[in-house]
Design a protein around this ligand. Sequence first.
Ligand code: BTN
Length: 294
Amino acid sequence: MRLASADQRELPALEKLGFVFESNPHHGCRLVKTPDKLIGDDLQARLNTRVIGTQVLVFEETASTNDAVLRMAGSGAKEGLVVFAESQTRGRGRHGRVWASPRGKGLWFSVLLRPKLAPVALTRLTVAASVAVARMVREFAGVETQIKWPNDVIVRGRKLAGILTEMHGAADEVRFAILGIGLDVNCRSEDLPAGVPATSLLIETGEMQDRAALAAAVLTALDEYYRLALENFDAVIEEWAQNCETLGRQLVVTMGARRIEGHAQALDGDGALLLRKDNGRIERIVGGDIVVEK
Ligand code: BTN
């Protein structure tokens, strides 16, 4: 890319951000390298979305992007705010687990949503987000992704991305929801948590991925699937069923001290998993940890 002379006044600031330019007396200035850095304005400029990305912020470090969005939601931030962090010191997963977020190696971000949904239907957001991430990663990096209900995107049985949806409001009304997504992009095996089958796009493809381009692609997909979650969830269920490793399997689900065993039949209209137990009764699962038996 060549720069017009007016743009060249911006060079020192861009070089500080890690852009590298080559100047030539005949051809002017040429961009030769973009930094492996997420920049809010750059991400926002890549988007042409309806809701997601009304504002895009990138923090160098924060405790948890879900908490950062929570603070801003309290002071009236608009739906669609996205907060990324290059690293998180207290990234968390479901059930209070730690989510490793090494600096500059993944996409660690949260989105503020104000959906007109009853609290019981909030699982729709997690399901829709998992379909969006699985699809976009497949298209972007060419790896075969699957979904493990409700919140994992997996590759070859290993976790690539996780989603943590946190609801704020009353029992009968959602004030807002925070969709937190962690996607292991350029992590090496030593960056991933020990004892959990996890992977990254670098491990799967053998190539460093362009995080900014991937971030914009994922936000674009999330925007589209958020609309579907609200307006045409059946279309999401259909795509989910095609890509889901959980469906049709014999499962053990643990919810606190409770352990339920059964056959994963389908998703219902709220995104809950319907499990057929050995006695033939259907159990609706809206949370818990799933172990696939066979
Ligand atoms: C899980 O699989 O258990 C969910 C993991 C969610 C991790 C993301 S990283 C960005 C956001 N901030 C957090 O603290 N957690 C989510």
